[in-house]
Write a protein that binds this ligand. Structure first.
Ligand code: AP5
Length: 220
């Protein structure tokens, strides 16, 4: 099964993709995580991407498409994947269609998580993650069960993203409305989109997404 998870920055794509991969046995492909790994490696691509990410802008389509192309042929993607943060522009959506068509594959469903812009800022301001395994937490909405200890791997170090400032979040929201919302319409014309209200408890939203996936898409 191949799914696309869409929605504004901070709507819960990463949180939900991590939970859905366990439920459906498919792998999360997060372009944001891939770019942060490139940036941490200090590669030329990573440094170029980091500057754009910190400014709240999208990185060039060609860079992202090359990252995804290299990833979808890896063995862990054979049972399927859930794309988190890709595609984000019409050019990326068209490149994805072409990439899958070359492999005689297609998209089974597109989940659009809806959260108001005002709630986005609160969510992003409180976000932190485990430095070792990347598990996501929030200062108010999703704290580790034991303070200072990651629920998933037991690590004690946590980090906050440098692009999670109020000013950068506003720019990321602008980029989302200008460049990403049109692809919801693009997939809507293909009858693939299931919209899910992203306001509520994390587990409730996973349940709604699970139902939307089972009802609206083919489950291999
Ligand atoms: P990326 O890492 O993809 O960031 P994003 O899309 O802005 O989304 P976020 O990761 O900020 O949020 P999320 O929706 O995953 O929410 P989360 O689950 O963390 O991209 C970063 C940058 O990389 C981009 O700005 C761009 O520069 C570049 N980039 C990436 N992909 C690209 C592409 N395809 N093309 C071009 N450039 C690209 O949740 C947020 C917080 O809320 C967490 O603390 C979480 O615990 C909490 N939370 C989650 N669910 C709930 C809930 N139901 N209630 C309360 N709190 C909740």
């Amino acid at each position: 099964m191949r799914l696309v998870l869409l929605g504004p920055p901070g709507c819960g794509k990463g949180t939900q993709a991590k939970r859905l991969q366990g439920i459906f046995g498919i792998v999360q492909l997060s372009t944001g995580d891939m770019l942060r790994a490139e940036a941490a490696s200090g590669s030329d691509i990573g440094l170029e991407a980091a500057a754009l990410m910190h400014a709240g802008q999208l990185v060039p389509d060609a860079m992202i498409i090359a990252l995804i192309k290299a990833r979808v042929d890896q063995p862990d993607c054979q049972k399927g994947f859930i794309l988190d943060g890709f595609p984000r522009t019409l050019a990326q959506a068209e490149a994805l269609d072409a990439m899958l068509a070359e492999r005689h594959l297609d998209i089974d469903g597109v989940l659009a998580i809806e959260v108001d812009d005002e709630d986005i800022v609160t969510r992003i301001a409180g976000r932190f993650s485990c430095s070792r395994c990347g598990a996501l937490y929030h200062d108010v909405f999703h704290r580790p069960k034991q303070d200072g200890l990651c629920d998933v791997c037991g690590a004690t170090e946590f980090t906050r993203r440098p692009d999670d400032t109020a000013e950068t979040v506003r720019k990321r929201l602008q980029a989302y409305h200008a460049q990403t919302v049109p692809i919801i319409e693009y997939y809507g014309r293909k009858g693939l989109v299931r919209s899910v209200d992203g306001f509520g408890a994390i587990a409730e939203i996973t349940e709604k997404l699970t139902v939307a996936i089972r009802e609206g898409t083919r489950v291999d």
